[in-house]
Design a protein around this ligand. Structure first.
Ligand code: B1M
Length: 211
C-alpha cells in the first residue's frame, strides 16, 4: 500500500501526468482513503518539489509541470472528496488575492470545503479586492476565504477587507485567510475572523465560523 503512495509521489515529481492519474485510481481501487492518497502521495510529492525548487535544483517550468501532474491526481480524487461525509454547509467565496497566481493550495482548500458540504464560489487567482466585493454582493456568502503564497501579496488581504468595509459588507461575512506566509498573528492584525493552516483545517475552521 505505502509503495503505491511513493510511486505516485515519484511520478508527480517527474511530472508524469497520466501515470499520476492512473496510480491514484489504482490506490483508490486498492481501498485507500482519498485523504490518505492526498496527504501521503500528492502533498508529499509536491513538498519535495517545493524543497528542490527552493534549493535551486528545479526550475519554474519543471515546477509547473509537476503542479499539472498534481492537478491530474486531484481530478481523480475530487469527486470522492466532494461525495464524502457532508456534515455542515454554507456558501463560501474563495480566491487567491491580487497579484498572486498560486492556486494549488487554494484549489485544495476548495476541494476539502466541497467535501465538507460547502458551496464554493471560486474566483480563481489574482483576484482584485473589487472582485471579492462584487462576489459578496452577488452571491451573499456566509464566508470569504483568501489565499496568498507570497509575502508581497499577503498585504492584499488587508486591502480586500478594507474594500469590504467600505462597501458596507464586512459584517455580512466571516473572513478566513491562509497560505504559506500567513500566520494567526497576521490574521488578527488585519482583522480577519480566522486563520487556517491547511486545507483540512480550513474545513474545521469554516464549520466553527458557521457556529
Ligand atoms: Co511560487 N513561490 N512563485 N510558483 N511556489 C513559492 C510560494 C516560494 C515559497 C518558493 C521559494 O522561493 N521557496 C516563493 C515565495 C517566497 C515568499 O514570498 N516568501 C515563490 C515565488 C518567489 C514565486 C515567484 C515570484 C517566482 C518568480 O517568478 N521569480 C512567482 C510568483 C508568481 C505570482 O504569483 N505572481 C512564482 C510562481 C510559481 C509557479 C507559477 C511556478 C508555481 C505556481 C503554480 C500554481 O499554483 N498553479 C509556483 C509554485 C508551485 C511554488 C511552490 C514550489 C509550491 C506552492 C504549492 O503549490 N505548494 C512554492 C514553494 C513551497 O511552497 N514549498 C512557491 C503546495 C500547496 C498544496 O501548498 O499553497 O502552501 P500551499 O497551500 C497549503 C496551505 O498554505 C494552506 O492549505 C494548503 C495545504 O493544505 N492554504 C490555505 C493555502 N491557501 C489557503 C487558504 C485558506 C486556508 C489554508 O483559507 C482561505
Amino acid at each position: 500500500m505505502a509503495d503505491v503512495l511513493q510511486k505516485i509521489a515519484t511520478n508527480l515529481y517527474q511530472a508524469k501526468t497520466d501515470a499520476v492519474a492512473e496510480l491514484v485510481q489504482e490506490a483508490l481501487d486498492a481501498g485507500m482513503a482519498p485523504g490518505e492518497v492526498l496527504n501521503g502521495a500528492l502533498l508529499a510529492g509536491m513538498d519535495e518539489v517545493g524543497r528542490d525548487f527552493k534549493a535551486g535544483d528545479l526550475y519554474v517550468p519543471e515546477v509547473l509541470a509537476a503542479a499539472r501532474a498534481m492537478q491530474a491526481g486531484m481530478d481523480v480524487l475530487r469527486p470522492l472528496l466532494a461525495d464524502s461525509d457532508i456534515v455542515s454547509s454554507g456558501k463560501y467565496v474563495l480566491g487567491t488575492v491580487k497579484g498572486d497566481l498560486h492556486d494549488i493550495g487554494k484549489n485544495l482548500v476548495r476541494m476539502m470545503l466541497e467535501g465538507g458540504g460547502f458551496e464554493v464560489i471560486d474566483l480563481g487567482t489574482d483576484v482584485e479586492p473589487s472582485a471579492f466585493v462584487e462576489a459578496v454582493r452577488e452571491h451573499k456568502p456566509d464566508l470569504v476565504g483568501m489565499s496568498a503564497l507570497l509575502t508581497t501579496t499577503m498585504t492584499q488581504m488587508k486591502v480586500t477587507i478594507e474594500a469590504l468595509e467600505k462597501a458596507g459588507l464586512r459584517n455580512s461575512v466571516k473572513i478566513m485567510v491562509g497560505g504559506a506566509p500567513v500566520t494567526a498573528a497576521f490574521a488578527e492584525e488585519i482583522s480577519a475572523d480566522a486563520y487556517a493552516h491547511d486545507a483540512a483545517r480550513a474545513v474545521d475552521v469554516a464549520r466553527w465560523l458557521m457556529g
